[in-house]
Each structure stands twice: as structure tokens, then as C-alpha cells.
Design a protein. Structure first.
Length: 232
């Protein structure tokens, strides 16, 4: 085993928190319990800052698939802090097929994307069209994070609406996207709900999430309630 990998695993073990691990095992059901050490997120973020500077960090980033959930988390946080956009994309595309849970997917948010919003939609289209559960979820998440404010384009909700998946974690991210779109771009997002452009489960999940949002007015919520559908 390469030294940097053994060093990382030893440090992860030093941060082991057994009660926290038990909670993670419950809330991240797609990850094998034996792969979870139980390291809190602040400690992982600090480790990411530390190891990003390591000369041989590439050895760790290329050691895929990782053995432990926390190694995936550390990998995600390292990518999130990268400043080189092309290199970040290259490493991200290599890593995404190995992401196997919602936590790693959702906590991975490269800050460099903020400076490259003109180029990023090309990659987002590829991710959303990949057919891989967490790659699709990540792509939708990036649309939600970066393109529901001043960079919004009506083509973006259409990219999400055409996704069809039986995967719970894709459906939930799609619902989250449209609930957030209703909060930020109500007039543009509403027709997707009025015209039942989503499958029934995702449609109702989107409405429910919107009803829980403080950014949507009581009048809008009353109308959304009338748009719920029955059946699967």
C-alpha cells in the first residue's frame, strides 16, 4: 500500500466516532456498514485542506474504488477545493462512477464552477444523460446550485424534466430541483407541475418539498396543493 493511503486511513481511524458511525449507517443505506469508519464532516474537511497540498495526492485520487466511505468523502472535498477547472473536471469525471451514496454526491461542490458557469452546462448535460444514479443526481444538483438565479435559462428545467428513472435518489433530487425552482423561478417552473411533466411520485414529492419552503407564498402553496396527483 502506498504511504499516503496508509497515512490517510490511519488518520481517519484516529477521528473515529462510534456513535456518529451508527447514525451514518442508518441514514446512508446504500453504503456497506463495514466501509463506514465514522468521521465527522469538519474533520474530513480539515483533512482535505491538509492533503490537497501533498505532492503525492494523485496517488490517493487515482486509487479507485476507495475502500472506505470516508475516503470518498475526502476525495469529494479535495475536488471541491480545486482551482484548476479542466483538471477538476477530469478528476471529477473519473470519480463520479464510483460515487455510491447521496452524502458524497451532495457534499461535492467544486467552488471553481462558480467562475465557469458558461462552460459548465456542457458537462451537466453529459452527467444528467449518463444513466448512472449518482452522476445524474450530481448533474441535477449542479443545475440547482448554479442556474436558478441570474444564470437561469428556461432550457435547464427541461433538461431535468425529461429524466426518467426508477431510482429513489434521482427522483428526490429532481423533486428538490423543481421545489427550489418554484421558489426562485416560479413562473418558469410552474408549467412543469401544472402539465404533469414529471412522473407521479416525483411530481408529488416536488409539491411536498415546495409546501415545506418558506420562500413560497401561502397563496402559491394553496394552488400547488390542488395540483397533487393520485396513483403511482
Amino acid at each position: 500500500m502506498k504511504k499516503i493511503i496508509s497515512d490517510i486511513r490511519a488518520e481517519l481511524e484516529n477521528h473515529r466516532d462510534s456513535p456518529y458511525r451508527e447514525m451514518q449507517v442508518r441514514i446512508i443505506p446504500t453504503v456497506k456498514p463495514e466501509s463506514i469508519i465514522g468521521v465527522r464532516t469538519p474533520a474530513l474537511r480539515e483533512m482535505a485542506k491538509q492533503y490537497t497540498q501533498a505532492k503525492d495526492i494523485g496517488v490517493f485520487l487515482n486509487d479507485l474504488p476507495h475502500r472506505y466511505f470516508e475516503e470518498n468523502q475526502l476525495h469529494a472535498f479535495i475536488l471541491s477545493g480545486m482551482k484548476d477547472y479542466p483538471e477538476c473536471l477530469r478528476l471529477l469525471n473519473r470519480f463520479l462512477p464510483h460515487v455510491d451514496n447521496w452524502a458524497t454526491c451532495d457534499q461535492m461542490s467544486p467552488r471553481v464552477f462558480r467562475k465557469h458557469r458558461k462552460e459548465l452546462p456542457d458537462s451537466i448535460r453529459e452527467w444528467i444523460g449518463s444513466g448512472e444514479t449518482y452522476t445524474v443526481r450530481f448533474g441535477i444538483g449542479m443545475l440547482m446550485e448554479h442556474y436558478l438565479d441570474e444564470d437561469f435559462d428556461p432550457a435547464y428545467p427541461e433538461m431535468v424534466a425529461v429524466v426518467r428513472s426508477e431510482e429513489y435518489y434521482v427522483s428526490m433530487m429532481t423533486a428538490w430541483y423543481f421545489a427550489t425552482a418554484l421558489a426562485k423561478q416560479y413562473e418558469a417552473a410552474l408549467p412543469y407541475i401544472e402539465n404533469h411533466r414529471l412522473d407521479n411520485r416525483t411530481h408529488n414529492r416536488a409539491i411536498q418539498k415546495a409546501l415545506e419552503s418558506y420562500r413560497i407564498t401561502p397563496e402559491q402553496k394553496d394552488y400547488l396543493r390542488t395540483l397533487k396527483t393520485k396513483g403511482k
